[in-house]
Design a protein around this ligand. Structure first.
Ligand SMILES: [Mg+2]
Length: 294
């Protein structure tokens, strides 16, 4: 059991809690590949045009609306009556990514994760196959106690009667996804640290009582418990994960963030277009409020 000193993002408040479990997002959190979100966006938009026959001129708006209001573009499509073969969608959106070129063994990440003596789970909205390939190529697949992903969340949702006839899609930032993830990890919100590059997922995690960390170079205001540019900085940012309680009274490192000038990687990977910063900011703030239950 590790005691962690917690400050808010301005370093004002101090609090301490024991962290017993880590829930870590995959894309743009465990790895950051600049080209990936854009590739995924193009594939989503092509799928919507070619398979779902959505008029090309509507696609960007639909992506933005659905991503904002339902968590993922696919969740919005399903909620609005589109019949989607999930395997076909995932094969088209992720299945053709140039994984071998994009992802490489990350020895530093491996050493970092390996040195933390706590159970770790990947918590992603992506499909199992995508998660397995990414984790294998990064060389960290064996370091997690489990991968909580699209299939596992949907399966558990079906088992409990939350999901009927494949509706709704259970995904972050929805509260139920956090509940199911915590149960899958045999964890409690108050003693779990959650890492994600999506500000609204972090806002939702914070609202659900998890110690929620925003990871990445860009972001927007959200109620993160902590922010860091890259997960590689974890040792500096959360030394309490390694140290004994007596040694852990150091404030976490808080980094300055870059202002946003377009969609975040998380949004782009849902098909969200490169629109004016003002329009996106409005959607973003709304999405964060929705995710935080405000
Ligand atoms: Mg992500």
């Amino acid at each position: 059991m590790t005691e962690l000193v917690v400050a808010d993002i301005n370093g004002n408040e101090e609090d301490s809690r024991q962290i017993e479990t880590l829930l870590i997002d995959l894309d743009d959190t465990l790895y950051q590949v600049h080209e990936a979100p854009e590739l995924v966006r193009d594939k989503i938009q092509a799928y919507m045009k070619e398979k779902l026959k959505i008029p090309e001129e509507d696609i960007q708006k639909v992506c933005l609306e659905y991503y904002t209001n339902y968590g993922t573009t696919m969740a919005g499509l399903v909620a609005n009556g589109y019949q989607i073969d999930f395997d076909d969608w995932h094969a088209a959106v992720h299945g053709t990514l140039p994984y071998e070129r994009m992802l490489h063994e990350d020895k530093a990440m491996r050493e970092l994760l390996q040195s933390i003596d706590l159970p770790k789970y990947v918590f992603t909205n992506a499909d199992t196959k995508h998660a397995e390939i990414c984790l294998r190529l990064l060389g960290i697949a064996d370091l997690f106690q489990g991968v909580i992903c699209f299939e596992s969340l949907m399966e558990e949702g079906r088992r409990r009667g939350i999901v009927k006839e494949n509706k709704p899609i259970v995904c972050k930032p929805n509260k139920v996804a956090f509940q199911l993830a915590l149960e899958a990890a045999h964890a409690k919100a108050a003693t779990t640290a959650f890492f994600d590059d999506s500000a609204r997922n972090v806002a939702a995690g914070h609202a659900a009582g998890l110690f929620s960390v925003l990871v990445g170079k860009t972001g927007t205001e959200c109620k993160a418990d902590l922010e860091m540019l890259t997960l590689h900085d974890l040792r500096k940012a959360m030394p309490g994960l390694w140290k004994t309680p007596a040694d852990s009274k150091h404030p976490p490192v808080v980094y300055a963030r870059m202002p946003l000038s377009g969609p975040t990687a998380a949004a782009m990977a849902q098909g969200v277009p490169d629109m004016s910063a003002d329009v996106l900011e409005e959607y973003r703030r709304r999405a964060i409020k929705v995710a935080a239950g405000e």
